[in-house]
Design a protein around this ligand. Structure first.
Ligand SMILES: Nc1ncnc2c1ncn2[C@@H]1O[C@H](COP(=O)(O)OP(=O)(O)OP(=O)(O)O)[C@@H](O)[C@H]1O
Length: 355
C-alpha cells in the first residue's frame, strides 16, 4: 500500500513573493487526493516541494517517517524512489520511442535484464491503454497519448506515491475522463497514494477521495470530498461552478468594490458565465469492471466514520446519503454489495450492518 504524506505548517516564498503559508494536510495512504485552486496559486510549487525539487522555508513534510526538509541528500534520494511523477506535458524524450521512454527509469535505476524490462514496460503500457504504440515517437502521437505514456513511465518503478500535475491540461473533456478513469484504475491496481493537482471541475467532482483548495496564499480546506463539494465558502462555490461572480478574478484576486460592481451587473441581467449550480454530489468514479477492488474506498469510509463528528453538517449529510441505507457506499455496483461487505469484514472493518 502507498505511504502517508504528512505536511505541517509549510510556507514557501520566492524572494519577497509569498506563494503560500502555513499549509497543513495529510494525504491518507493509498487514497486519491486532489489539490485545486485558481491559476497561479502555487499548486505546482506544492507538488514540486513534496518531491524535494523546491525547498519551502518553514514547516515539515514527513514521508515514511522522514522529514524531507531536514534529511540528508542520501535520505532524500531514497525517499524520491517512492515517487512516480507525471508532469503536465508527460516530459517525454522526443528522440526516443515510447518503449524506450517508459523503459528509461528501469535502465537508469535498476539492474534488470532487457527481458524483465520488456515485461514491465508492456504491463504498464497495457494499464494505460497504449499497447501497440511502443514504436511511436512522442511527436507522432496526441497529447492524451503522451500523457498516458508519461503515466506509464511514472509507474515502472512501482511507486508508492504518484503525483500528477494537471492531467487534463491540453485534453478535451472526453480524453480527460479517460485519463481520470486510468488514475482510478491505477489506484485500484497498485493502491498507491495519489495526489492530483488540477483546476478541472469535472475531475474534482468525480475522481478524488479527498480534496483541498489553495487560494490567497492559504489552504482554504482539505478533507473528504464531501466537505469541499458541499461547502458554502464563496471561493469554493465560485470555483466549482466556474462563474465570474465571487472572489476569484481574471488576473488577481478582486477587491470588494469590483465584486459589488460585478454583482450589480448580474442583478441587472448580465450572465455570470459558468454552469448552473450543481445540486448535491455527483457519484465518484469507480474502477473499471474487472479491476481489483479499490481498497481506498473501504479505508476512507472507515476513516471518515471516525472524523464524521468533526465535519460540517452538509458534509455529514452527504456522506450519510452516499453510504446508503445498507451501510456500504454507492461507489460500486449494488450487485457487489454483499461481496464488498464480506471483504470489509474480512479486512477487520465494521460495516455497521447487522448479520
Ligand atoms: N522557480 C520559481 N521561481 C520563482 N517563482 C516561481 C517559480 N516557480 C513558480 N513560481 C511562481 O509561483 C507562483 C505559483 O506558480 P504555480 O505554477 O505553482 O501555480 P499553479 O497554481 O500551479 O498555476 P497553474 O494552475 O496556472 O498551473 C507563480 O506566481 C509563479 O510565477
Amino acid at each position: 500500500m502507498g505511504v502517508e504524506v504528512s505536511v505541517e505548517g509549510l510556507t514557501k516564498s520566492f524572494g519577497s513573493q509569498r506563494i503560500w503559508q502555513d499549509v497543513t494536510l495529510t494525504l491518507p495512504a493509498g487514497e486519491v487526493s486532489a489539490l485545486l485552486g485558481p491559476s497561479g496559486t502555487g499548486k505546482s510549487v506544492f507538488l514540486k516541494s513534496l518531491i524535494g525539487l523546491l525547498r519551502p522555508e518553514q514547516g515539515s513534510i514527513v514521508i515514511d517517517g522522514t522529514n524531507i526538509l531536514e534529511c540528508s541528500s542520501k535520505e532524500l534520494y531514497e525517499i524520491r524512489k517512492l515517487f512516480g511523477v507525471l508532469f503536465q506535458d508527460g516530459a517525454l524524450f522526443g528522440s526516443m520511442n515510447l518503449f524506450d521512454n517508459v523503459a528509461f527509469p528501469l535502465r537508469e535505476h535498476t539492474k534488470k535484464s532487457e527481458s524483465e524490462i520488456r515485461k514491465i514496460v508492456m504491463e504498464k503500457m497495457e494499464l494505460v491503454g497504449l499497447l501497440g504504440a511502443e514504436d511511436k515517437l512522442p511527436g507522432e502521437i496526441s497529447g492524451g497519448m503522451r500523457k498516458r505514456a508519461g503515466l506509464a513511465r511514472a509507474l515502472v518503478l512501482d511507486p508508492q506515491i504518484i503525483l500528477v500535475d494537471e492531467p487534463d491540461s491540453g485534453l478535451d473533456p472526453v480524453r480527460t475522463t479517460y485519463i481520470s478513469q486510468t488514475l482510478i484504475d491505477i489506484n485500484a491496481e497498485i493502491d498507491a497514494t495519489i495526489l492530483i493537482v488540477s483546476h478541472n471541475i469535472n475531475l474534482a467532482r468525480t475522481v478524488p477521495d479527498n480534496i483541498g483548495m489553495l487560494f490567497r496564499r492559504h489552504l482554504v480546506m482539505f478533507g473528504p470530498r464531501e466537505v469541499l463539494l458541499t461547502s458554502e465558502e464563496p471561493v469554493v462555490k465560485q470555483f466549482l461552478n466556474g462563474t465570474m461572480i465571487g472572489p476569484i478574478g481574471m488576473s488577481e484576486e478582486k477587491d470588494e468594490a469590483q465584486m459589488a460592481q460585478e454583482q450589480a451587473m448580474v442583478d441587472a441581467g448580465h450572465h455570470a458565465g459558468g454552469v448552473d449550480d450543481v445540486e448535491g454530489i455527483v457519484p465518484q468514479m469507480k474502477a473499471t469492471p474487472g479491476m481489483p477492488f479499490r481498497q481506498a474506498v473501504a479505508r476512507r469510509q472507515e476513516r471518515v466514520r471516525h472524523i464524521m463528528h468533526t465535519l460540517p453538517e452538509n458534509a455529514q449529510i452527504a456522506i450519510q446519503e452516499s453510504l446508503g441505507a445498507d451501510g456500504v457506499g454507492d461507489e460500486w455496483s449494488p450487485g457487489d454489495a454483499d461481496t464488498d461487505r464480506m471483504y470489509f469484514e474480512a479486512a477487520g472493518f465494521d460495516t455497521g450492518v447487522a448479520k
